[in-house]
Design a protein around this ligand. Structure first.
Ligand code: HEM
Length: 126
């Protein structure tokens, strides 16, 4: 029986599993491997800071995710279908490894953030 997300280590392992799927994905994989050549060794700690703040109440992340994704959109236009795919991969990865209120929060917050992000991207493009 999986346990809930309870530590930085849990978040790092969730992100590692998630990006394994995302990099290999037919719909969004190319954005990581061909458009941005994302170096996970550098980025995973930053993204872990983001999620640790949201899920465990720390204050480590000082970035601007909307701005970062607007920059990606300039390299290769992002669309709702890709965001839905990102969310689907996130939901199944959370479900596969964790269960409990923090895991529910991880799914719920990703959903809200993704909706805001894509809305801002589409709005900025007009
Ligand atoms: C189609 C959907 C998405 C794609 C293709 C995508 C892709 C990426 C890529 C390539 C980066 C690294 C950018 C760089 O080179 O600096 C990144 C960073 C990041 N992504 Fe996403 N992303 C998506 C959706 C999301 C969503 C929904 C969230 C949050 C719920 C999220 C959270 C983050 C965070 C926190 C960072 C780090 C930002 C920073 O460097 O400060 N992403 N994303």
């Amino acid at each position: 029986m999986p346990a809930d997300i309870a530590s930085r280590t849990d978040i790092e392992s969730l992100l590692t599993k998630f990006y394994e799927r995302a990099f290999a994905d037919d719909v969004i994989g190319f954005i990581f491997t061909e458009i941005t050549h994302l170096d996970l060794a550098t980025h995973l700690p930053v993204i872990a800071n983001f999620w640790e703040d949201i899920l465990l109440g720390t204050h480590h992340y000082h970035g601007n995710p909307v701005k970062v994704h607007l920059e990606i959109d300039r390299l290769s236009e992002l669309n709702e279908n890709q965001f839905n795919r990102w969310l689907f991969l996130w939901q199944i990865t959370v479900d596969r490894y964790f269960t409990g209120p923090i895991a529910d929060e991880a799914r719920h917050r990703a959903n809200n953030i993704a909706k805001v992000m894509i809305a801002k991207i589409l709005q900025k493009r007009q």
